[in-house]
Design a binder for this molecule. Structure first.
Ligand SMILES: Cc1cc2nc3c(=O)[nH]c(=O)nc-3n(C[C@H](O)[C@H](O)[C@H](O)COP(=O)(O)OP(=O)(O)OC[C@H]3O[C@@H](n4cnc5c(N)ncnc54)[C@H](O)[C@@H]3O)c2cc1C
Length: 417
């Protein structure tokens, strides 16, 4: 089998890996991007809600109040769904998530994430401009709608919490909401509008446009199995369909599959996944949406995508490889139909994705402990689309010995040691 040497191999061609590959290439490296699929962005980066959530500083935390925990445990809170058969396997991850969800730890994560998120949109804009993909980024922000005074309290409190981070959302009454989105139904009595975040009507097309830019600039896209990674001389080797690829540096950017490779190399992180589904719908008659709208009390979102109105669900807690279930989507769809102009379903089955998570809701970006030349760039949880390009910049700067754009300390793997 032929073998070739490049400067760096990036494993995984989701938004995170593609972005790392582009940033390494911009530093003069000869880079190979390896994925088991023939096209970039075919997994989690395909099916998300498409929000470059620059305001998403406050992490989603596990409920702490006993009443909220009980509702969640009994599957009475539609914002999340537990597959009870998986509980014995996933309970340790849920306990760790609970442990990291204290107000103090939540604030520590918010502080760590703020500089990354502040730079997230600008990195996308640079890539999209260079890729000729400006049309895949859309302005207008996104909206969180509420149905009751309780929902209003949740959203107004969140808006207050975000003030120290410079986020200034607009508070909308029903008239102001319908001025922006005339087809949101009467169940929504008000909303909060985050005007600055960019969104995309097609997350996979956006990722693919960045991957095409990488190839146009001389990068190699290779089909191969990342699990074939092995030490080789002073570096590492991967077996691709076209032959063996060797490099001094390798970035693990396999999204929800990253942990399996890290573990096979003896790095045990408290990794877990929050699964989520999407379904597309036709819009009724001449109706539609112009930006994503979240139903905050029910925990799902509807957004206008190239394929139709995409409903995305909140977290399903299950084993990563449990078979898909339509239970969570089926629970949410009636709520969505009373608030949004949803016509018939357009997909034959719900799409299933897995948000790659660590319990402190921060990604891991930095060196693989004790394995020179190996780098980690994964666990971007609910924010991987937003954070892909800026994370790619950070890892490329660290690999090149440049001053990092943000302090990488909060993202190192050793924080769980
Ligand atoms: C329902 C839902 C809604 C979301 N909404 C948003 C949102 O609005 N905004 C946001 O920022 N984020 C959102 N996210 C999160 C976001 O989608 C992810 O964080 C992000 O896509 C992760 O990107 P990634 O590149 O790390 O992983 P992936 O996109 O999954 O890429 C990993 C790649 O690794 C490849 N791979 C896996 N195993 C191997 C192997 N053995 N060999 C070779 N290749 C392999 C896969 O084929 C894949 O291409 C959402 C997620 C879900 C599920």
């Amino acid at each position: 089998m032929p073998s070739e040497t490049v400067d760096a191999i990036v494993l995984g061609a989701g938004i995170v890996g593609v972005s790392a590959a582009l940033h390494l290439q911009a530093r003069g490296r000869k880079v190979a991007l390896v994925d088991r699929l023939p096209e970039a962005g075919g997994e989690t980066s395909f099916g998300n809600a498409g929000i470059i959530q620059s305001e998403g500083v406050i992490p989603y935390v596990f409920p702490r109040a006993p009443g909220d925990i009980a509702r969640a445990a009994l599957n009475r809170d539609p914002r999340a769904h537990i597959r009870y058969g998986a509980l014995p396997s996933i309970a340790p991850a849920l306990v760790r998530y609970f442990h990291f969800s204290t107000p103090a730890r939540k604030n520590a994560t918010a502080k760590a994430m703020a500089p990354l998120l502040a730079a997230a949109s600008a990195e996308h804009v640079k890539f999209a401009h260079a890729a000729g993909a400006n049309a895949l980024l859309r302005g207008g922000g996104w909206i969180k709608a509420f149905r009751s005074a309780r929902g209003q309290d949740i959203l107004y409190e969140e808006a207050e919490e975000l003030k120290p981070y410079g986020v200034r959302p607009a508070l909308l009454d029903r008239a102001a909401l319908t001025a922006l989105e005339p087809h949101v139904g009467e169940k929504a009595i008000g909303a909060v509008h985050y005007a600055e975040p960019l969104t995309t009507p097609d997350p996979q097309a956006l990722t693919q446009s960045y991957a095409a830019l990488f190839v146009k600039r001389g990068g190699r896209f290779e089909i191969g199995d990342a699990m074939s990674l092995e030490p080789s001389g002073a570096g590492w080797m991967v077996t691709a369909a076209s032959g063996r690829l060797a490099a001094r540096d390798v970035v693990i950017a396999l999204g929800p599959w990253s942990d399996a490779l890290a573990r096979s190399l003896s790095l045990s992180l408290p990794f877990f996944v929050k699964r989520g589904y999407h379904m597309h719908y036709e819009a009724n008659g001449n109706t539609g949406l112009t930006r994503p709208v979240l139903d905050v009390e029910r925990g799902y979102l509807v957004t206008p995508m190239a394929r139709g109105l995409r409903l995305t669900t909140g977290a399903e807690f299950a084993r990563a490889d449990d078979p898909p279930s339509s239970a969570h989507l089926d629970r949410l769809e009636p709520f969505a139909r009373e608030m949004f102009p949803l016509g018939p379903r357009k997909d034959s089955a719900p799409w299933l994705g897995r948000r790659p998570c660590l319990p402190d809701m921060r990604p891991v970006i930095g060196p693989f402990p004790g394995k020179p030349g190996l780098w980690l760039d994964f666990a971007h949880h609910h924010l991987g689309l937003a954070l892909g390009p800026i994370s790619g910049r950070l890892i490329a700067e660290m690999m090149s010995g440049e001053p990092p754009v943000v302090d990488p300390a909060p993202f190192r793997a050793e924080r769980f040691a």
